[in-house]
Design a binder for this molecule. Sequence first.
Ligand code: F6P
Length: 524
Amino acid sequence: MNQTEAAWAALNRAATAAAGRRIDGLFAAEPGRLARLTLDAAGLEIDLSKQPWSLADLSVMLDLARASGVETARDRLFAGEIVNATEGRPALHMALRAPDGADFRAGGRPVSGEVEASRAAMKAFADAVRSGAKAGCTGKPFRAIVHIGIGGSDLGPRLVWEALKPLDPPIDLRFAANVDPAELAQALTGLDPAETMVVTVSKTFTTLETLTNAETARAWLRASLGTASDSHLVAVSAAPDKAQAFGVPADQVFGFWDWVGGRYSIWSAVGLSCAVALGWDVFARFQAGAWAMDEHFRAAPLDRNAPVLLALAHVFNRNGLSRPIRAVVPYAQRLRLFAAFLQQLEMESNGKRVTAAGQPVPHATAASVFGDAGTNGQHAFFQLLHQGTDIVPVDILAVREGSEGDPAAQAKLLANAVAQAEALMVGRPPAETPDPQRAFPGDRPSSFVLLDRLDPERLGALIALYEHKVFVEGVLWGINSFDQWGVELGKTLAARVLGELEGGPPGAHDPSTAALIARLRSQR
Ligand code: F6P
């Protein structure tokens, strides 16, 4: 048995013992527990003491991290080495948010200068649009942006906008991701084409949904303003030639690099719509917050390292205690899209069944993650969290100071966040109620992440915290967190099925699929 196998065996032994005791009992048994399992990182206060591990288990998990080479892997990540082997690329999103003067290298090639130039171009564009110096083809200033993109080209920008947008924004930012035409139709409704910019974001500039929506939006502009309205088109892509071929003016195509993964790309020009609609200063602060988390991740010892500890808590639940589902509940309406963002970040990154070397992974990998804003989720899925037959670990996020509205309501929101974490862990013992329907077993784990305010810096730090958590988990599981081959098959088959729905010759399919296609064809 090598060192890593021994560490996994130790994890399994620790988890077996954990399954036989209660979390809340650990506080009395371990006087230093709270201090050891709470930490501050880049403006976030994190409490992992309601997780099922004992302090001895934490040591076991830290041994696993060391045996798995987390520190070396982290150094390779920051050094811009090819950590995404199947695509032959580094994953260097940290370079995008480093302050000017940094010296990041992607596969040995210096990139920080290009990053600074890209940021300068984004800032100049954002400033020009916001001041009105850059106006539409009729001379009217832009008052709306329709951001078209999907997956990583959508979820981050949407989250950032919802989290930080002013109550009455001078520029209205709307999104369309789905190829379902209903979404773009809704996004365009009520907008004046003369005042609307269309920002198409696609790393590859080949994505069916995005190109379909971009064509429809371009036609919508041209229908009112003619081809002069092509000056309202902006694109963000790692394939700028394709964006220009689509008809986007060359000086309005913002590039980024193949070493920026889609789900890690909000820090690049993919965030342009947000930078314009929120202002460059806000976007720069958002990047700075993420960089603060990068510095923490790179420098903090493993046992005080927030992304590492979050990842270890997850692996203790996922692998040690065989928990295949987890939930994330932000007690902040402005963070309600965080679960959707995490679904791509965690499940596209770590939903893998072979190792980076192509062998079957000997461990379970990413849990399914779901969630919604608290308190709304309490009135939907919390029943299962408290009394269901599966134990679902929960990440609870909360913000001390509300961004707007009634402070009394904010206090009620926070009270619910705290109370739910307590109820999950402590429960209500049968002794307190003779009715089994009303008994709460408790002993259900949660992590608590507290932000003083939902400001750009803390939002950046929060997203970077989870990015690095996902990376650490991938290292422990020995998988490549930066590719996504699992999305390819469905795309290929959809292209084939579309040909058949459009009247092409029927292809070879299983009977169920063939019947579905026949039914849809007969309704045309
Ligand atoms: O769903 C697969 C995927 O490749 C994601 O990884 C990516 O974020 C999304 O599609 C959009 O891709 P693109 O930015 O190239 O349009």
